[in-house]
Design a protein around this ligand. Sequence first.
Ligand SMILES: C[S@@+](CC[C@H](N)C(=O)[O-])C[C@H]1O[C@@H](n2cnc3c(N)ncnc32)[C@H](O)[C@@H]1O
Length: 323
Amino acid sequence: MIENAHIDLVDHAPSTSTVLKEVLAGLSKTQKTLPPKLLYDKRGSEIFEQICLLKEYYPTRAETEILRTYSSDISQMIGPEVLMIEPGSGAGDKIRYLIPHLENPKGYVPIEISKEILLRMTDELHDEFPDLKVIPVCADFSGEIELPLTLDSDRAKKVIFFPGSTIGNFSPAEATQFLKRMGKVVGRGGGLLIGADLKKRPDIFKLAYDDPQGVTADFNLNLLTRLNRETGAGFDCRNFEHEAIYNEELGRVEMHLVSKVGQLVKVNETIFRFNEGETIHTESSYKYSVSEFTEMCAKARWTIKKHWKDENCLFGVYYFELE
Ligand SMILES: C[S@@+](CC[C@H](N)C(=O)[O-])C[C@H]1O[C@@H](n2cnc3c(N)ncnc32)[C@H](O)[C@@H]1O
């Protein structure tokens, strides 16, 4: 853990008992599930950084290309003296493309569930942009988002920055609810700069979510190691394997952990039975055409202002405002 005196962390990290409750609820369903946010402990966040470097994992490269190419245009759309709020900021690589182009930004609030990576990136940003006010919030963004009281930003225009196609981890109904909540956070006149993966050939998805080096498999399986460590669960990781499929009907990539054998696994006081081949659904990544995405955002009352694609039309970045 990085301890740094100049970091003013707002700490609402979910407790182990909250995590355990969600795990027990998910594993009790007919289709066993675990929430994707649990993929990101310290180790999970590190593996995700490795995934972002894989040649098969196009979303990071494509979105970075857009942010790099159109940073001035994007910053002009956003306007001066804004407070940037980034749910799921991770390593904070993408905000770094925007900061130098923003005119007199009022501050940056990264909101991240994985405390170690949040502290690390805050520390790095302090060094790179000493004049930028950064207030990190360790919290689960699927709950209510409270902006830090220390922020004197009531009059500043607020812009949600939500890259990485993290919006795709929600179902369209959940995403609409989330987008409505973000609207309440920024208020009238606020902005939303958001990245979403585009629909494309399924074989491209397959490679991106099941790379030959097995990095994504490690990422998925690390979830079980995490639960063993934090909740005393008894998963034998050798008895599970990673699977990624494209569900064309629902327009989403699904990551699963497949039980290789029939087995019983104890989590806290509850024993769960797994049949051979039964899966735990750990993550969905919904893919959207430009019109599907802008229509979904319109349901949450966001008005599209502009969108950008990378050269290969793999990924979309969109700027909306709440009117
Ligand atoms: C797909 S990664 C994207 C990271 C980064 N924004 C990017 O574009 O590269 C999702 C990030 O959101 C964080 N995250 C996922 N679910 C979260 C939740 N419910 N609350 C807060 N952070 C969450 C993860 O820890 C991870 O850093």
